[in-house]
Design a protein around this ligand. Structure first.
Ligand SMILES: [Zn+2]
Length: 402
């Protein structure tokens, strides 16, 4: 297959891309088509590596009708509504909702997804998504995080479920240190989770400091452990919204530790601007971690949709440019270069967060031919037009087109 006249990652020059056996075998100008070779006319459009959603809950997505609304809009009501509903979910129902969600993602050019899966009560949803992950792997790469929504120090059963999910094949161990009963339990939970991850050689991704409490400082504990154990880039902290409320002197110290540790931060702007600030009168905090400053300090930041039409967030359609745009607005990242380069947050920064091997991701000769083609010539114009992906290719196969 030959893709003619595209601009790779905002390049000013147009190139052609040739694909053979699912691999990019040639990139150059004015490549001549072979006889009978399939051809896509790029017409000067942008080509980007596939989008990565680094934080979603496929087990909760599209459950709003069945689970019921969250009237206060707080995280705590969301958890209460979900906790009631999760008692009655069954495997097929989870799979059906997740599959519908994955179809939405496919339309939006998302080929990498990290999903947390609540294992507090039982492993029903985890088993469902483990089966689904295998079934859909030709279209999307899914990582599963065994997620103890109620905390790990609260019950022996949760710890048992967590370890069982990890032994069954979870890619990462999850946690919620800020929701443990006490600060000490929060610290212990991080220790427990890091040890579990080391035992099974898997990744770590914690819901960390997802609260407007400036006293919630588990990120430093996690980063210090990531640094000491050398697990560094295998560790991610999701949300970290308390950072919004930390003082600048503390942040300056924290950024040094974060950058030393190599830990990844995952921001979830759509959901956190909805859930956070709910205990404020005015002014109301935005509940966003400091994306701009983290990036300036060399910390890898990616983003996640977190929730789609569920008790935590009533909207969403799997569009990572929508997630990104909300984040860019909230973080004052609206200068032209920031907007134009921001695709990295939802592409290569995401791939780094997910520990995707360098040989498997990106647009270069020898790598899998997985990428999205847009009509517009730059990412700035993609954000402006919001027309979406024209073609989505995975390993040389067109998996979606407009
Ligand atoms: Zn989450």
């Amino acid at each position: 297959m030959l893709i003619k006249n595209v601009r790779i990652e905002n390049s000013e020059h147009e190139s052609d891309i040739r694909i053979e056996k699912g691999i990019i075998c040639e990139i150059g100008e004015h490549l001549e088509p072979f006889q009978g070779e399939e051809r896509i006319e790029g017409q000067g459009g942008l080509v980007l590596p596939p989008f990565a959603d680094c934080h979603v809950h496929l087990d909760t997505c599209l459950s709003l009708d069945a689970a019921g609304p969250n009237l206060s809009g707080t995280l705590f009501e969301g958890i209460r509504v979900w906790s009631e509903y999760r008692k009655q979910i069954d495997k097929e129902e989870v799979k059906e909702r997740a599959l519908r969600t994955l179809r939405m993602y496919r339309k939006k050019g998302v080929q990498y997804i990290r999903s947390h899966v609540d294992v507090s009560d039982n492993l029903t949803a985890f088993e469902a998504l483990l089966e689904l992950k295998e079934k859909v792997k030709d279209e999307v790469e899914i990582q599963l995080v065994a997620f103890p929504q109620d905390g790990v120090m609260t019950s022996e059963k949760v710890r048992r479920n967590l370890e069982e999910a990890v032994s069954m094949g979870a890619d990462a161990v999850g946690g919620v240190p800020h929701l443990e009963l006490t600060r000490e339990y929060g610290e212990k939970s991080i220790q427990y989770i890091m040890e579990l991850a080391q035992k099974y050689d898997c990744l770590v991704d914690l819901h960390c400091d997802e609260i407007d409490d400036e006293q919630s400082k588990f990120l430093e504990v996690l980063a210090a452990k990531a640094y000491e154990t050398g697990m560094g880039e295998k560790v991610s902290a999701s949300h970290t919204t308390a950072m919004h409320s930390y003082n600048n002197a503390y942040c300056s110290k924290l950024f040094r530790l974060l950058s030393m540790s190599g830990i990844n931060i995952i921001a979830n702007p759509l959901v956190n601007v909805n859930l956070q600030g709910r205990f404020d009168t005015y002014p109301k905090r935005r509940g966003m971690t400091r994306v701009k400053e983290l990036l300036e300090n060399g910390v890898n930041v990616s983003m996640g949709h977190d929730d789609i039409y569920d008790p935590f967030y009533p909207l969403g359609n799997g569009d990572m440019t929508e997630v990104l745009l909300m984040g860019l607005h909230l973080c004052h990242m609206m200068g032209y270069p920031e907007l134009n380069d921001s695709y990295r947050i939802i592409t290569c920064n995401g791939a780094k967060t997910l520990n995707i091997k360098e040989k498997d991701y990106g647009i270069a000769v020898g790598k899998p031919a997985s990428f999205n083609i847009f009509k517009e010539g730059s990412f700035f114009e993609v954000l402006r037009s919001r027309e979406g992906v024209q073609y989505s290719l995975r390993k040389g196969r067109i998996i979606d087109r407009k």
